[in-house]
Design a protein around this ligand. Structure first.
Ligand code: HEM
Length: 445
């Protein structure tokens, strides 16, 4: 399954501005999340249901993670699978614009309770995701011989559609547009599909391809790649009605809670395999992406233990535990893995586009194309890794001692996202400089 450089098809790839606009927007949403933590402080960490907590959650899930995942999918499908997203430029412009407006409006709606902001959020997010899901589905359906990554992407898109439909439904209920009888169970099902389906299955599918390719590890075992994503998806399909049956008093809570252990164990298996493959990698040079991924994989196992703890009677009246679970899932695992991936995808794409243009122009020896490490130097990414890890530590303490740790975590998140933004901007600037040199060479011939 490993993709060699020669099997990557650049002719199909969209212009670099398509994914980069999503990648640059993501840390800006991270900065907004940091600002929210600094302004609201301990209030954000008292309960899952506080309006500021819901705003913060969506700045991270839609603004940070969603932007990176949407941008990466638009780029990866043509490059890795040779299947371009139809009308990618207008699609990217529409999706990026609608999701940006929608996420800002949703966060503002949660904070202010103004119904008009919810109307704006639900219509823009609904339309933005509709366009994204249709465009990506067309590209996914066109692939004749899908591998495990493509199957993972298909299941992740189905999970995203489910998450969005549930999000729109509870959003309408939350803002009083409709009345909903099962708001809490529906919210838990929404977040279950969002985190374990959309984010989790996409990360697994993409890992099958990018971990061996970028981290120089052996391939994932076929037994895992052939079945894991399907098992996880099927487990979620069965869990949702079990959870609703609990919500309407037809089943005791331990039934859906025990069932959800199945996908959780599946994720832990995936984490164990990834750590094992990383341990067996061919070149043992230090690698920042690998350290981001290792952090995420270790926290998957930690989340399984925390989830089991949360089921004990002693944890019943401890609101810090679900908060910590959310922090580890969204920041510790999902943000670590996507942040780490950006440090491969961004320099790789910049180098790939420049190198292909250099070959096409036959300008070798005249214009030097920087390599990936020159485009994204280790000293810059390492600095941001330390800021990210410090933030994770502070966020872990914050649910137990909201004052002062929520403020300190806000500060850490601000520094980490600012450094991430600067690192991406500096690689973009370097790309633009060399691209300009290539244009100058072209016009001087
Ligand atoms: C159209 C997009 C979306 C809309 C309109 C939306 C709307 C909502 C609403 C209204 C709630 C609060 C429900 C309540 O308080 O009862 C909620 C909760 C939540 N949503 Fe979304 N959502 C969307 C997308 C997503 C995505 C893609 C994720 C990804 C994981 C996500 C993750 C969550 C989580 C984790 C919670 C629970 C927050 C908490 O417990 O503090 N949402 N969503």
């Amino acid at each position: 399954m490993q993709v060699s450089r020669s099997s990557l098809s650049l002719e199909q790839a969209p212009p670099i501005s398509v994914p980069f606009r999503f990648f640059i927007t993501a840390p800006i949403f991270g900065l907004l999340a940091a600002l929210l933590l600094l302004v609201y402080g301990p209030e954000i960490l008292i309960s899952r249901w506080a309006p500021a907590t819901l705003a913060l959650t969506h700045l991270i899930t839609l603004g940070f993670l969603g932007m990176i995942m949407c941008g990466a999918m638009m780029q990866m499908l043509p490059v890795l699978a040779g299947s371009p997203v139809p009308r990618v430029k207008p699609v990217a412009t529409a999706v990026h614009g609608l999701l940006t407006i929608g996420t800002l409006a949703l966060a503002a709606g949660f904070l202010s309770g103004i119904t008009g902001l919810f109307h704006l959020a639900l219509s823009t997010l609904g339309l933005g995701f509709l366009i994204f899901i249709i465009a990506i589905s067309v590209a996914l359906i066109r692939i004749r011989t899908p591998n495990a990554t493509i199957h993972g992407m298909r299941l992740a898109i189905a999970s995203l559609a489910t998450t969005v439909i549930l999000g729109l439904t509870i959003g309408a209920g939350f803002s009083g547009m409709t009345s909903l009888s099962q708001l809490i169970p529906l919210t838990d099902i929404h977040l279950g599909w969002g985190i374990l389906g959309w984010i989790g299955i996409l990360v697994i599918g993409v890992a099958y391809q990018v971990v061996p390719m970028f981290q120089l590890t052996p391939e994932y075992p076929q037994r895992l790649t052939g079945s894991l994503s399907w098992v996880l998806f099927a487990a979620l399909v069965i869990w949702a009605p079990l959870y609703l049956a609990w919500g309407s008093g037809q089943l005791p809570k331990w039934v859906p809670d025990t069932w959800i252990l199945l996908p959780t164990i599946g994720y832990t298996l995936f984490a164990g395999s990834t750590l094992w493959l990383q341990h067996k990698r061919r070149r043992r040079v230090s690698d920042i992406t690998l350290l981001f991924w290792r952090t995420g994989m270790i926290l998957i196992a930690a989340c399984l233990l925390l989830w089991l703890t949360s089921l004990t009677p002693a944890a019943k009246n401890q609101p810090a535990i679900p908060l910590l679970l959310g922090i580890w899932l969204l920041f510790g695992i999902a943000a670590s893995v996507t942040n780490g991936m950006l440090y491969k995808i961004v320099p790789f794409l910049a180098w790939f586009h420049l190198q292909n243009r250099q070959v096409a122009l036959m300008s070798m020896g005249k214009v030097k194309v920087p390599n990936m490490k020159e485009l994204m130097p280790d000293r810059l990414t390492q600095r941001q890794l330390y800021a990210h890890l410090a933030t994770l530590f502070l966020l872990t303490l914050a649910p137990f001692w909201p004052n002062p740790f929520s403020y300190l975590a806000g500060l850490g998140l601000g520094v980490s996202c600012a450094l991430l933004l600067l690192n991406i901007l500096q690689a973009t600037r370097r790309y633009q400089q060399v691209n300009q040199e290539l244009s100058d060479f072209e016009s001087s011939r």
